[in-house]
Ligand binder design. Sequence first.
Ligand code: AMP
Length: 214
Amino acid sequence: MKIVMLGAPGAGKGTQALRIAEQYGVPHISSGDIFRKNLKEGTELGLRAKAYMDEGLLVPDELTTDLVISRLREEDCKDGYVLDGFPRTLPQARALSEKLKSEGARIDFALDIEVSDEEIVSRVSGRRICPKCGAGFHTLYNKPRIDGICDICGAELKMRDDDRPETVLKRLEVYHAETEPLIAYYKEEGILRTVDGSQSIDKVFEDSLDVLQD
Ligand code: AMP
């Protein structure tokens, strides 16, 4: 099963992508995680990407597309994957379609998690991430067992630099301009599925599994 997650930053893509990946027994591939890992390791790519990420801008397609597509060539991706945060532009989506077409494959579903801009802004302020293992939490909707501490590895949780309010507004603007057109792109291909992302995490997951059955 090959799934592309769509939705604004903060819509809950990452949380649902992890659960869906687990459900189907395929890897969760997050382009944002790949950039953050590179940044942590101090690679040149990571440093180049940081300048864009800190401003809430997209990393240019030429830095992003090859990086993610080469990850999809790894052995663990042969039976499918859940792509989270990629593609984010039409050129990225076309590059992915081309890559798959050359292998006689295709994306099975693009799952759009719909949440209003107002809700995104209020949600993102509660988002916390573990700087050590990358796990995501939320101060209201997905609380860690101990306040401020990662359930998985015990590290102290942090707010992502790009979750600052002014950066979030910029990321939403970029989302509407660059990423939202992908909804029409995948609709045209007949593989778009939509869920109401304003519901609880469990309900969004349940609805996602339902729409991924058809
Ligand atoms: P995310 O964790 O998916 O919210 O990604 C964090 C940041 O990484 C984004 O705001 C972008 O700056 C960058 N990024 C992640 N995925 C992509 C992509 N597919 N294209 C361009 N930039 C990306």
